[in-house]
Design a binder for this molecule. Structure first.
Ligand code: S3P
Length: 430
């Protein structure tokens, strides 16, 4: 589908309730499914990726009721999943695939995970290698899906992650809770900790975190919970950036998750001199706040490897901020971007060049000179089938004098099906 995006005449103004967090939504279905009793989930993200997770658990015999963004999962207990009678289709979702590989490795049945073209190119050995050390039996097509998992009883592991990845960490955690003895994982750099926080509500004291070391105790049962999913900061980020880079804007985003392992984009906005405020903070469980942002003048920024995990999904937007700053920004240590839904270094460079943004591709990042004027030469932009590249380019397009067209805009349904509606709300009220 092609989407026409008009230039923004005045600013973006108003309030938005951002849809639920994708990472937390996936985990709520997974843990709810293997818990005893009901798990109710409010503000669930009803997007294509999360629907892949729901469907996979339905295929394993879990009853999941849905009423708009509210869900009831009728948990089948820690050993209650049933062998699926077809391949489990993960669609585009790396999180569903990788976390479920960990969970399924310890079940007493076999399963086969498949995915779409993009997912079928993404690396999976990073998951099967530690799981095999735990005694799992997983057959990949070299490094990629399909993954045939022969469920087995698992041993504990003491593992140092070779890359900073919450998906790898979470896969190991979901395997380790099924192991005979306690396991430990060491992270080179801290990554999002939603699995750890949620597991400790379903089964207290399962996870103990000390600095960068996570200890996982085996579990015998999880108890169903009531979960309220905060707004996704990775979705809010599109409007935080839109508010900062457009003139005459004043936007408030309500009930956004501000877990410290996710707030890299706020750190960047702060360092670049953006004008934002946190309001109504609630620090219980997964912390939340409303965030107000106004038009800002931006300074350039330098980011290195240590900064990356807490803003991994927001880096295309950091590129857009850099393209609006008054100097040269350099982002390095971000090679992981090459293994996302697309090679996001390559696709971002390609799309930014169409708009005449001064960007240089690096092996592990990019350099952007925001002091140079944008000189658009090609107004047919492309999401490349990648939701976050699509939304980043839709926000960039607001600054272009002429209308632009975004190709494959439906990929945005992966994480933010109401993105264009929400954008229009902010335009209409201005
Ligand atoms: C996610 C972890 C991140 C992130 C992805 C969601 C998660 O991936 O990019 O969108 O929910 O655990 P990596 O952990 O592989 O970097």
């Amino acid at each position: 589908m092609k989407k026409l995006i008009n230039s923004l005449n005045s600013g973006l103004n108003g309030e938005l309730l951002i849809p639920g967090d994708k990472s937390i939504s996936h985990r709520s279905i997974m843990l709810g499914s293997i818990a005893n009793g009901e798990t109710t989930i409010k503000n669930f993200l009803m997007s294509d990726d999360c629907i892949s997770t729901i469907n996979a658990f339905k295929d394993m015999g879990v009853e999941i009721e849905q009423n708009e963004n509210n869900i009831i999962v009728h948990g089948v207990g820690f050993h209650g999943l049933k062998k699926p009678n077809k391949d489990l289709d993960m669609g585009n979702s790396g999180t569903s695939t990788r976390l479920m590989m960990g969970l399924l490795a310890g079940q007493n049945f076999d399963s086969n995970l498949i995915g779409d073209n993009s997912l079928s190119k993404r690396p999976m050995k990073r998951i099967s290698t530690p799981l095999e050390q735990m005694g799992a039996q997983i057959k990949l097509n070299e490094n990629t899906l399909p993954a045939i998992i022969h469920g087995k009883s698992l041993n504990e592991i003491d593992y140092t992650l070779p890359i900073a990845s919450a998906q790898v960490k979470s896969a190991i955690i979901l395997a380790a809770i099924q192991a005979k003895n306690k396991s430990t994982i060491k992270e080179p750099i801290k990554t999002r900790n939603h699995t750890e926080l949620m597991l400790n509500t379903f089964s207290p004291n399962t996870i103990i975190t000390e600095e960068n070391t996570i200890t996982i105790n085996p579990v015998t049962q999880l108890i169903g919970q009531n979960i309220n999913v905060p707004g996704d900061i990775s979705s809010a980020a599109f409007f935080l950036v839109a508010g900062a880079i457009t003139k005459n804007s004043n936007i408030t985003l309500k009930n956004i998750g501000i877990n410290q392992t996710r707030t890299g984009i706020l750190k960047v906005l702060n360092l670049m001199g953006a004008n934002y405020t946190l309001l109504n903070q609630n620090l219980d469980g997964e912390p939340t706040a409303d965030i107000n942002i106004k038009s800002s003048s931006l300074k350039p920024i330098n980011l290195t490897e240590q900064d990356i995990p807490m803003m991994i999904d927001e880096l295309p937007l950091v590129g857009l901020l850099a393209a609006c700053a008054n100097g040269v920004s350099k982002i390095t240590g971000a090679k992981e971007l090459r293994f996302k839904e697309t090679d996001r270094i390559k696709t971002l460079v390609q799309e930014f060049k169409k708009l005449g943004i001064s960007i240089t591709e690096l092996e592990d990042g990019f350099i952007i000179d925001g002091s140079k004027n944008w000189n658009p030469t090609d107004l047919l932009l492309d999401s490349h089938g990648d939701h976050r590249i699509g939304m980043t380019m839709a926000i960039a397009a607001l600054l272009i004098k002429d209308s632009t067209t975004l190709k494959d805009s439906e990929s945005i349904n992966i994480s933010y099906p109401t993105f264009f509606n929400d954008l229009n709300k902010l335009i209409k009220t201005s």
